[in-house]
Each structure stands twice: as C-alpha cells, then as structure tokens.
Design a protein around this ligand. Structure first.
Ligand SMILES: Nc1nc2c(ncn2[C@@H]2O[C@H](COP(=O)(O)OP(=O)(O)OP(=O)(O)O)[C@@H](O)[C@H]2O)c(=O)[nH]1
Ligand SMILES: [Mg+2]
Length: 441
C-alpha cells in the first residue's frame, strides 16, 4: 500500500494529463501548464498530452462530467498513455471510479507531488518525512472510503462485512506506523535543535533561502557559498536542506540554508510531515525570499510562498524571521523591464529587495550587503551588569544575543555589552525581571 507507485510501474510510463478548472478565475495559465508538464517529467514519465478542461458542473463520482471523461479515455488511447493524471484534487471515490472507467492508474496533484518527493528524498530525515506524508494521505483516503461505505449500509451495526474489518485492520496498521514515524522524526528534531543551539552559542547568524520551486534557490546558494548542490530546471530538485558557510563582508562567518521549494496547493500532509525541515527556515535569523522575476506567475507564486510561511508560523508557534527578497533571473527579462526592477529595488521596496541573477552573478555584492544590514537592523546594544550569582542569565545572553563586551569590575560583577533584537530583549526581561538592561547609545 505504501510502496512507491513508480516501483510498481514498468518504465517508461506515458502520462495523459488533464488540468480541471471551474471558474474563469482558476483557468490555468500557460505557466501552469508548464509547471504541470514539469511535475510529470520530474516523475520520470513521458508526456502524452496535457490540457486544461473546463468542468462546468462537478460530477461527484468522476469530478469530470461524462463528456470530458469520454474524451480523456479516447485521448489516453490515442496517445498510448499508461497512466492518467488529474492535476487537481480527487476524492478517493472519484479516483477509484476514474481508474475503473479509464482502465489505468489515476493520480491527482497530491499523489503526483508525493511521488516526486519519494523519488527525491535522500537523507534519513527526508525519507521519514515522505513516508509519513504518504501514510497520512493513504489513511485519510481509507477513513473517507470507510465512512462512505458505512453510509451506504445505512449504519446498521450488525452488517459488518469482511471489507469493513479489513479497512479497520489497515487503518490500525497505518496508525501504528504513524506513531513510529512521528517518534523517529522527534529524534531528528532533537538533533537539529542541538545543532542549532551550537550555532547560536557561537553567534553565527543563519540565513535561509525560501521560495517557489524552480525559482533558483540552489543556483543562488551555489554561487554565494561556492558549492555545487543539485540545481536543475525541474520542480523539487531540492528536497533535503543543505547548510553551508557564507562569508559576509563585515560580519564574517554566517550559515546559509538551501531547502525545499514551495508550490501552489502544496498537499497538507506534506506541510505537516515536513515540519522538521520547514522549521529549519523559521528558526533562521533572516529569510531571503528568492523570486523568479522572469516567470509570468511570479506574483501568484510569491503569494503562495507567503501563504505557506504564514501557515507554518501559525502551526509551529514560531515567529517568522525578518525577510528580504532576491529578485532572481533578472538576466532573462527584456532590458527595459530589468532596468525598471533594478530601479525599484534600489529606491526601496517593501520588503527590501535586490535584483539579481544567480546565473550571471549580477547583484551578488548588493545582496550580501542587504543581508548584512538586515541582520543588524532591529538589534540594539545593551549594557547589562551581572552579579557573580547570575550564571544562568549570562548563559542565556550568550545563547540568544551577540555579546560584544564582557568586563569584570572590582566588586566581582561583570559588565556585558550585548546586541539583542527587540524580541529577545522582551524575552530576557520576562525571564530575568530583576536584571536591568540599558540601551547603549
Ligand atoms: N536565466 C536564469 N536562470 C536561472 C537563474 N537562476 C536559476 N536559474 C535556472 O532555474 C532553474 C531552477 O534552478 P534551481 O536553482 O534548481 O531552483 P530551485 O529554486 O533550487 O528549485 P527547487 O529545488 O526545485 O525548488 C535551473 O534551470 C537554473 O539554471 C537566473 O538567475 N537566470
Ligand atoms: Mg533547489
């Protein structure tokens, strides 16, 4: 049940894809068609055909209305497709009905993205997270199917056929796996927390690249850190986070994180399962939102990224770090448009931005400078006097602040100079109400 679809299918597969749309507002753009083709190719499938279909009236059994299902069946045959993809959300019942009617394996957008994640996961953490996402997805399908059957039987208690008990057993098995996977992932989270605490102790600022998939995060990461991580023109080239040293002109050593990209309609189960990876960015000191300014969907993609980030913020209880934007792929724009964007970034935009090209290297110095000023902004320097007994406060300040001075006075007390963000200062005052922190001007 949880083995990879791709393992079960003999290669090469050929996919026929329909993108259902319902109202003029969600009519797929050429970019969306390209994104869908990219997803299918990322799965290692050939593309038989891809087309948007206007669903005027949703058919609860098939999603697509009768005529559209017939047309899809004919096109799948004509193009010798071995699998059918509906780039939208299917209920378990719709998926099963379509499989029967079309005589082929059918996958929806969530299934497609889960499969790609399954192919990409390399680290133990990545594999655990993908497996958890897949099982949560399977389980939600089981439950809904089960409720559906129950309703069909009119809820009569003694009519529990073999199907129902089988589903019940499947469900219990999945629940056991979920518990085990969550436990293993907690272990991963603990390890990450220890590593983070280590970085914090040494005062290394952490900067995370976030953005829509294929926006150029890994290419930018490679250029900034002189690395060679996998960067390709395909969605979800990166899955597992990578962290490397980044040299800042005056602040010195920092750490840069490259991580998984976002996509519109990112499956809920993926967000839930990928908490450990995604929270890594939320705990950074600064986010750099990398945008593909050459994409016609740039604005929608930027909105999607913000939606996911805000959702993570809400669910994790962590506060989003300050954010700046890297307007990438400036080289791929017509000169007039590129010039306008360079000017807009230079004269100040909100959030602060720099026009860059990870490909040609344009704007790298300006980006590093903006990273530095953003890291320093919002941090003020405080003078704090600590008695000899205040060991815990001292440890806290070293962990959470940037200690720039530490002098022993004659009476045995220590005079510290510490750079703290407003938020950290608030935490310090709440934790140590008797210790005074005075602003150094
Ligand atoms: N023209 C142009 N192409 C770029 C630029 N930056 C990246 N690309 C291309 O965009 C594609 C995606 O780049 P990646 O760096 O893999 O993008 P990513 O954001 O890491 O993508 P995922 O890991 O899949 O989320 C590659 O084909 C890059 O060569 C740029 O500044 N200009
Ligand atoms: Mg990448």
């Amino acid at each position: 049940m949880t083995d990879k679809l791709i393992d079960r299918l003999p290669a090469p597969e050929r996919a026929g894809v329909v993108i259902p749309w319902f109202t003029p507002a969600d009519r797929p753009s050429p970019d969306r068609l390209q994104e869908t083709s990219g997803l299918v190719e990322a799965l290692g499938c050939e593309l038989g055909f891809v087309r948007p279909d206007h669903v005027r009236e949703v058919n609860s059994s098939f999603l697509l209305s009768g005529g559209l299902v017939d047309r899809m069946a004919a096109d799948l045959d004509a193009n010798e497709c071995t699998i059918a993809v509906i780039d939208g959300a299917l209920t378990p019942v719709q998926q099963r009905n379509l499989e029967k009617r079309l005589g082929r394996k059918v996958i929806d957008r969530t299934g497609l993205i889960l499969e790609i994640f399954g192919l990409r996961a390399r680290t133990k953490e990545g594999r655990l997270q993908v497996e958890l996402a897949r099982i949560l997805y399977e389980r939600s399908r089981l439950v809904r199917t089960w409720t559906h059957l129950e309703r069909q039987r009119g809820g009569s208690g003694f009519l529990s056929g073999p199907g129902e008990s089988q589903l019940e057993a499947d469900r219990r098995m999945l629940d056991d796996r979920i518990v085990r996977l969550r436990r293993d992932l907690d272990e991963v989270k603990r390890t990450r927390a220890v590593q983070r605490a280590g970085r914090r102790r040494t005062g290394t600022p952490v900067i995370a690249l976030v953005g829509y998939t294929n926006s150029g995060k890994s290419t930018l990461f490679n250029r900034l850190t002189h690395s060679d991580v996998f960067a390709r023109d395909m969605p979800f080239a990166t899955l597992d986070p990578t962290i490397r040293k980044l040299d800042l002109p005056s602040l010195g050593e920092a750490a840069l994180i490259d991580t998984v990209g976002f996509i519109s309609d990112l499956p809920t189960h993926l967000i839930d399962s990928f908490q450990a990876t995604l929270e890594e960015s939320l705990q950074a000191d600064l986010l750099v939102h990398v945008r593909d300014r050459a994409s016609a969907s740039d604005m929608e993609q930027a909105d999607d990224v913000m939606i996911v980030l805000e959702r993570l913020e809400k669910e994790s209880g962590l506060k989003l770090p300050p954010m700046i934007e890297a307007w990438n792929k400036i080289d791929a724009l017509p000169e007039a448009r590129a010039l306008a964007l360079r000017n807009l970034a230079a004269t100040g935009s909100e959030p602060p931005a720099v026009a860059v090209s990870a490909l040609t290297g344009e704007g790298m110095d300006a980006l590093l400078a903006l990273i530095e000023t953003s890291l320093l902004r919002g941090r003020q320097e405080f003078g704090i006097v600590l008695g000899p007994e205040a060991g815990r406060a001292r440890a806290w300040l070293h962990r959470n602040g940037d200690v720039t001075g530490d002098e022993m006075a004659e009476d045995g007390s220590a005079r510290l100079r510490v750079r703290l963000s407003a938020e950290r200062l608030g935490q310090f005052r709440a934790e140590f109400p008797d210790i005074e922190a005075t602003l150094v001007v």
